[in-house]
Design a binder for this molecule. Structure first.
Ligand code: ADP
Ligand code: ZN
Ligand code: MG
Length: 490
């Protein structure tokens, strides 16, 4: 029998706020352990949470961009469980009345993935498991006997998280990864989060089941917990789909369970079955009154939504005749897309700007793992460089040579060209003199002979020799024409 795969995702994203969700501690990454903490996020007795308004605004941005509805009433709930990295023994989350519901995100072509809800919750602290006689995260621990022990860093406790819960609408690992990539890009453009997966700011639980082709009910749901790369999600899903298909083939009955992906062994393994599932004893958070969300608040947030990546790509193709690949490239990062928009506002040469960004600039950014806004190159700098080429002040080759300096140190291309004496040689008199010198050079004899024998290609060698002699400063088109004239005259 043929089986169909069904996938639904739950994605946690840390919000780009300055402070935590319920206190004024810094929401930062990479600080020394347990320095960004206070009685509120440590869950000491007698504390009162105060909701971070910016976090709420960011969640609404995400909700509106993903076509969600914002119900007029919502509330926070307590999710009770004991875990060492959660000092309060409960997490403030949302249960039955989340802030946003019923959205959607389009994949390639017509496919749409439904979004059941996006709710707000607080992140937990971080456990660092230390093997005997090892050190971790810069923390040197004493050994406790000869066994593994765990250090806890509460800096992350109370950081605002949104959880995006999709409907079980995906049918393959490729679709799941496509969804994740589009979601990530959307949230980045919204500046809701930088979504750095390697730093744990976007993490994904994948739910997967199989069912006979054509069935209308869902199979037993297997949840794979807490993955933080596209590759893990794809690999874990492939493994799990194969495992489920093989199990069913030998007559096994699959049951609902929670599993984890072992990155080194490249297998999923069971963490707990349905019977062992937690009972979280959710109840309304007594320290935070329920919310009545005003239309005016939603309207205000709606007005701040930026142009989203898909709309930008369509505009690029339409206004600058860029190919789909080129437009897709430009929206691969918000910083890049903004840079393009700002440059094209200064010099309307969409194609050339895109070529620069996709060519030498992209190469540099990849080599140095930087985003364009982390370099010294400005839209004005790039526009100026393109302008100097168009005016004929410098050749494309010289411009390429100037680029690394502009990326590293910035500066105005016109001033750079002048101070370095790179101005293109475009007056016929000087060029003719240079050409004469090259033609007299014994090294040119063979090319000359070939040219006279009718080999047009030999001209290229001679042009090259003039360019070399001027360190690329000669105007190559003029050299070409003048050389031809001189040789056919002779
Ligand atoms: P729970 O109540 O256990 O959290 P939910 O019904 O809320 O389960 O679903 C959690 C996630 O799992 C959602 O993303 C949903 O789309 C997905 N999901 C639910 N049932 C299945 C299934 N049978 N197969 C695959 N994904 C599923
Ligand atoms: Zn705090
Ligand atoms: Mg759930």
């Amino acid at each position: 029998m043929q089986y169909e795969t069904v996938i639904g995702l739950e994605i946690h994203v840390e919000l780009a706020t300055r402070t935590k969700l319920f206190c004024a501690c810094r929401n930062g990454f990479g600080e020394s352990p347990n320095t960004q903490v206070c009685p509120v996020c440590l869950g000491l007795p007698g504390i009162l949470p105060v909701v971070n308004e910016v976090a709420l605004t960011l969640l609404f941005r995400a909700g509106l961009a993903l076509d969600c509805q914002i119900p007029p009433k919502s509330k926070f709930d307590r999710k009770n469980y004991f875990y060492p990295d959660m000092p309060k023994n409960y997490q403030i989350s949302q249960y039955d009345l989340p802030f946003t519901v019923n959205g959607r995100l389009k994949l390639e072509h017509v496919k749409e993935v439904g979004i059941e809800r996006i709710h707000m919750e607080e992140d937990t602290g971080k456990s660092i498991h230390v093997a005997p006689s090892s050190t971790s995260g810069g923390v040197v621990g004493g050994r406790i006997g000869s066994s593994t022990y765990t250090l806890i860093d509460y800096n992350r406790a109370g950081v605002p998280l949104i959880e995006v819960v999709t409907r079980p609408d995906m049918r393959s690992p490729d679709e799941a990864v496509d969804f994740l990539q589009k979601l990530r890009r959307t949230l980045q453009f919204l500046e809701v989060s930088d979504c750095k997966m390697e730093e744990g700011r976007m993490r994904c639980d994948a739910n997967v089941s199989i069912r006979p082709q054509g069935a209308t009910t869902l199979g037993a749901k297997i949840e794979i917990k807490n993955m933080n790369s596209f590759k893990s999600v794809r690999d874990a899903l492939h493994y799990e789909i194969k495992r489920q298909n093989e199990a069913v083939e030998v007559g096994e009955r699959l049951v609902q369970e929670t599993r984890a992906w072992d990155e080194t062994k490249r297998v999923t393994f069971s963490m707990r079955s349905k019977e062992e599932a937690h009972d979280y004893r959710y109840f309304p958070e007594p320290d935070i009154p329920p919310f009545a969300i005003a239309e005016s608040l939603i309207d205000a947030v709606r007005k701040t939504l930026p142009e989203l990546p898909e709309a930008r790509a369509a505009r690029y193709s339409r206004d600058f005749s860029l190919s789909q690949d080129e437009s897709e490239f430009l929206i691969s990062a918000r910083s890049l897309s903004d840079f393009f928009d700002q440059t094209v506002a200064l010099i309307s040469r969409g194609k050339e700007i895109c070529n620069w960004l996709r060519g030498d600039i992209a190469k540099y950014l990849n080599e140095h793992t930087l985003e364009i806004n982390q370099t010294k190159l400005t839209p004005k700098g790039l526009a100026g460089l393109i302008e100097q080429i168009e005016k004929g002040t410098i050749s494309g080759k010289i411009a390429k040579d100037l680029l690394p300096e502009m990326l590293e140190k910035g500066g105005d291309p016109q001033a750079l060209i002048q101070s370095k004496g790179l101005t293109q040689i475009s007056d016929a008199g000087s060029l003719e003199k240079l050409i004469a010198e090259v033609l007299q050079d014994p090294g040119s004899a063979k090319a000359l002979e070939e040219f006279r024998a009718g080999k047009e290609r030999a001209l290229g060698f001679l042009v090259g020799a003039v360019m070399k002699k001027t360190q690329g400063k000669a105007n190559p088109q003029m050299v070409n024409e003048l050389l031809k004239k001189q040789l056919t005259r002779a």
